[in-house]
Design a binder for this molecule. Structure first.
Ligand SMILES: [Zn+2]
Length: 650
């Protein structure tokens, strides 16, 4: 959660952490589960011997004997869990959370070396500092800075910030002179976001300067193996073949790419450099319109190649190449897509970015955690067929048929949990004289406009199950100000009333509707969004979706899962008649309360014995089936699932 209060090139500024709280409905329930289950449970994992994140710090601090466990970037994942805990504290003010964090922060400070260095894997194993970028030293630094800034912002304490500053000063000393041997460091670029946030927090310009150096360094060195790159793919995989300002295509590891773009957006927010935002506009367009799934997910493959023929992992393929069953779509990459879009929303003030934040949140992010809040997906394909794939390299369970209770590469779970913990802070932004409503759901906002005047309002909404959004002003200044309401791109028929009357403002899907007037307590805004069922199609260039449809209701993508099919029927046997009528049903007893869709589909039996065979005329059976939201799949045992289904035209 970034603080863009003083960022000169941001149109929609962030609200204060905790200024918006969910009160009722979808996100209120998720936040409550996050507070009561997700964060405490994950804490138990990470502070114990399974997760080992805290143990690593204790060992590095000399408080415990043992080996480092987990991947090299595990410190960063532990910081993300701490960040989530701070967001929970910002809402519930439970002093126990902060007391425990204080204890942990003391141990982390003890683990930190005198010169500021902190990376438990390298410290415990005795590896030379900054000798090989595969250890993700920068990734850990970035999460340290972000968490420390958030901790300081919410608590006013400097204990964690001091550790971050000491570490950032070391980075400045090492990297600012730009020695050749360190020129290719800095991939997996959460440190660009972290350094910019540290600049915003401390006003120390060196951190912004360093953030820019990490952008400028990419694409400057010859792409050849050297001692700092051994053991990890080079080139497009880590976005080092082309300088960012010249890049036209999103390439390589999807998390690395989107953290890089998000960091560059943070830097632009402070510097306003035209070449940077031009590049980010191009890259955003490339991702959103050529490489993103209908769920907002990104990263089409576990292994593959870039269009410039570099080997890539967990990343982008060619435009419109969108495999479903083998899609990787790492939870972190999807969240990073939302993080990039949150920053672009601030910079551009364009509601399309909030549309993507929302799409990711309800679909490709939330799918990463089970209904019980304790099991995790890392990869998020859009189809799962029994028997199609033998997972060759499943050592760390990143590709799995079921959500796992623990994943050795633990980047995604805390990333998702911190996102659920903070998403209320994405719900509103501040304009130059007013407030923008980005996300819907029962909540209460108490904040200050940019002129310092108080604004309080609350939102009542059954969203996303229902399309009613009612905003009531509780307190505000007397002078006129604006309220911007996001009209989602999919909302082609909606109504907007102010105090019961047509607002008279232009309402256009994919934009903010702007209502500027003198408001008073008790004033209301009623938005009715069309939550009708839509059968979606893909761009004709996407071969994997030709003559298939995905079902969407508002921001929610639905899927068909085998528990909702007659016994013995596979998802592969199901065809959707183009005139299907889908009945919505609120099922409070299904998966914690969801709206399901029921309708008649065509089912055919298909033996699938050989690679190819003549088509023949299918024997159709009509069957009523139920569709559930994509995020809710895989909570009822090992199941097949598909988002896209072939269409039979009527
Ligand atoms: Zn991840």
């Amino acid at each position: 959660m970034i603080d863009t209060t003083n960022s000169p090139h941001v149109k929609l500024k962030s609200i204060g952490i905790g200024d918006c709280r969910w009160t009722d409905g979808f996100w209120a329930e998720k936040f409550k589960q996050c507070e009561e289950v997700m964060v405490p449970h994950m804490g138990t994992l990470l502070k114990g011997d399974i997760g080992h994140g805290y143990n690593n710090f204790k060992i590095a601090a000399g408080l415990k004997k043992g080996k480092h466990q987990g991947f090299a970037w595990h410190d960063g994942d532990f910081f993300k869990w701490m960040e989530a805990a701070v967001y929970i504290y910002a809402v519930n003010q439970d002093a126990k959370i902060i007391d425990e964090l204080d204890e942990i922060i003391e141990v982390i400070a003890k683990a930190q070396e005198d010169d500021g260095y902190l990376h438990t894997n390298i410290q415990i194993d005795g590896t030379a500092h900054f000798s090989n970028r595969k250890y993700h030293e920068m990734y850990n630094c970035g999460h340290l800075y972000t968490t420390a800034c958030v901790h300081h912002r919410v608590t006013g304490k400097t204990n964690f910030l001091d550790t971050a500053i000491k570490n950032a000063n070391l980075l400045y000393k090492l990297f600012q002179p730009q020695p050749k041997e360190l020129s290719r460091f800095g991939f997996n670029q959460s440190q660009i976001m972290g350094l910019t946030e540290l600049y915003r927090t401390t006003k120390d310009k060196r951190y912004l300067e360093l953030a820019e150096i990490f952008i400028n360094n990419r694409g400057k060195s010859p792409v050849v193996e050297d001692s700092s790159t051994e053991g990890y793919p080079i080139g497009d995989m880590v976005q080092e073949r082309v300088p960012l300002r010249e890049e036209t295509e999103a390439v390589g590891h999807a998390v690395l790419a989107l953290y890089y773009y998000a960091g560059a957006a943070d830097v632009y927010a402070e510097t306003g450099e035209q070449a940077l935002i031009d590049a980010l506009d191009r890259l955003w367009d490339n991702v959103a319109n050529k490489k993103m799934y209908v769920t907002g997910a990104v990263g089409q493959a576990h292994f593959g190649a870039s269009t410039r023929r570099d080997k890539i992992e967990e990343g982008f393929l060619d435009a419109y190449l969108m495999p479903n069953a083998t899609a990787y779509n790492e939870t972190c990459a999807n969240i990073a897509n939302a993080m990039f879009n949150f920053r672009m929303l601030g910079i551009k003030g364009d509601s399309r970015h909030a549309d993507i934040m929302e799409l990711v949140a309800y679909n490709s992010a939330l799918v990463g955690i089970s209904a019980d809040g304790k099991h995790y997906f890392y990869a998020n394909p859009l189809r799962y067929n029994h028997g199609q794939r033998e997972y060759q390299d499943n050592r760390d369970c990143t590709e799995s048929a079921n959500r796992e209770p623990y994943i050795e590469c633990f980047c995604c779970p805390p990333n998702l949990v911190r996102t659920i913990a903070k998403i209320s802070n994405w719900a509103y932004s501040l304009t130059s004289n007013g407030v923008a409503v980005n996300l819907f759901g029962g909540n209460r906002l108490a904040t200050k406009l940019t002129d310092g005047s108080e604004i309080k309002l609350h939102q009542d909404s059954g969203y996303p199950w229902e399309g009613n959004v009612k905003i009531t002003i509780d307190a505000c200044k007397q002078e006129p100000f604006e309220i911007l309401i996001r009209i989602p791109g999919w909302a082609d028929q909606c109504t907007l009333l102010v105090n019961g009357d047509a607002s008279g403002e232009e309402i256009s899907p994919g934009t903010f509707a702007r209502i500027h007037r003198a408001w008073k307590p008790g004033d209301t805004i009623d938005l009715k969004l069309p939550m009708d069922v839509k059968l979606m199609k893909g761009h004709p260039f996407i071969e994997e979706t030709r003559n298939q449809t995905a079902i969407k209701v508002g921001p929610l993508v639905y899927c068909l899962e085998s528990p909702d099919l007659p016994e013995g029927t596979r998802t592969l046997d199901v065809y959707v008649p183009s005139d299907i009528e889908l009945e919505k049903q609120n099922d409070p007893d299904v998966l914690g309360g969801i709206t399901t869709l029921t309708g008649n589909v065509h089912v055919k039996s298909d033996e699938r014995t050989s690679m190819y065979e003549p088509i023949g005329k299918p024997e159709w059976k009509n069957t009523s089936v139920r569709f559930v939201p994509y995020y809710a799949w895989s909570n009822r045992g090992n199941a097949e699932m598909t988002v896209w289904l072939p269409v039979v035209w009527k």
